[in-house]
Design a protein around this ligand. Structure first.
Ligand code: AP5
Ligand code: MG
Length: 301
């Protein structure tokens, strides 16, 4: 299954992608995580990406597409994947479609997770993640007085806040989402790939909605597009060639019944003429002017 998770920053794409990994065993491909890893390693891509990420802007398409191309070539993507945070604009969406067309493996679904902006801002402000395993948490999910810690191991370091999770950058990221990423909603809806879920609910409820959306029948538009065209009932192929050539279009064609009807009318008319003649001859004979041919023949015998 090849899936795209679409949604504003903080809508829960990363959280839900993690849950899909557990359920379907598909790898999560988050361009945000890949870029952060590149920044941490100080690679060429990382150095180019850092300034844009800190400012809440999109990293250049060239860098992001380079990263995605490399990642999709890895063997764990053969059975499918969950794309989280990619594509982010129409250029990226078209480039992805071209890449997938080349290998004959198009997307199966795009799910838009919808969450109101006031909820998003609260979520992003409270987000913390584990620098060792990347697990994402929220301070609001811990009991009052409890120190937020990674639950994947007692030896994991303290949770950290992402550098771009500050008020100013979040505002910029939401702006960029509206301008560049929102048009993808229409783009994928037109292709019959889009499914929408309400993401303003407890995490497990959102997961259930997401799985339901992925397992549901394809949208009507898709079914229509995929439906086979009506085919005529197959007729047995002609083994012998036609004996009579087909009449050319426009030439007069007399049906067999018509010909028969006409033929019989002619015969009837002839018979009527003959009968009339016989009646005339008989009448003359009766009048004594002339004997009928048959009686003359009998007398001569
Ligand atoms: P990226 O890392 O992709 O960030 P984003 O899109 O802004 O999305 P987030 O990761 O902030 O949110 P999310 O939807 O994953 O939410 P999460 O599950 O964490 O990108 C970062 C930067 O990299 C970009 O700004 C850009 O510069 C660059 N970049 C990345 N991809 C790019 C691309 N394709 N092209 C160009 N540039 C690119 O949840 C958020 C919080 O909410 C968490 O604390 C979580 O615990 C909590 N939460 C989740 N679900 C719920 C729930 N149902 N109820 C309550 N809390 C919840
Ligand atoms: Mg994320």
């Amino acid at each position: 299954m090849r899936i795209v998770l679409l949604g504003a920053p903080g809508s829960g794409k990363g959280t839900q992608a993690q849950r899909l990994i557990e359920r379907f065993g598909l790898p999560q491909i988050s361009t945000g995580d890949l870029l952060r890893a590149a920044v941490a390693r100080g690679t060429g891509y990382g150095l180019q990406a850092k300034a844009a990420m800190d400012a809440g802007q999109l990293v250049s398409d060239e860098v992001v597409l380079g990263i995605i191309r490399d990642r999709l070539a890895e063997p764990d993507t053969v059975r499918g994947y969950v794309l989280d945070g990619f594509p982010r604009n129409l250029v990226q969406a078209r480039a992805l479609a071209a890449m997938l067309k080349q290998i004959g493996k198009p997307l199966d679904a795009v799910v838009l997770i919808e969450v109101p902006y006031n909820v998003i801002v609260k979520r992003i402000a409270g987000r913390r993640s584990c620098p060792q395993c990347g697990a994402v948490y929220n301070v609001h999910d811990f009991a009052p007085g409890e120190t937020p810690r990674c639950r994947n191991g007692a030896d994991h370091p303290p949770l950290v806040q992402r550098p771009d999770d500050n008020e100013a950058t979040v505002g910029k990221r939401l702006e960029v989402y509206e301008k560049s990423t929102r048009p993808l909603v229409e783009h994928y809806a037109a292709q019959g790939l889009l499914r929408r879920i309400d993401g303003d609910a407890p995490t497990e409820t959102v997961t259930q909605r997401l799985v339901g959306a992925l397992l549901q029948a394809p949208p009507a538009a898709m079914v229509k597009a995929k439906a086979k065209p009506k085919t005529k009932t197959k007729t047995k192929p002609r083994t012998k060639p036609r004996t009579k050539p087909r009449k050319a279009a426009g030439s007069k064609v007399r049906s067999r019944t018509k010909v028969k009807a006409k033929g019989s009318a002619k015969t009837k008319a002839k018979a009527r003429v003959k009968a009339k003649a016989r009646v005339k001859v008989k009448a003359k004979a009766r009048a004594g002017k002339r004997k009928p041919a048959r009686s003359r023949r009998r007398r001569s015998r």
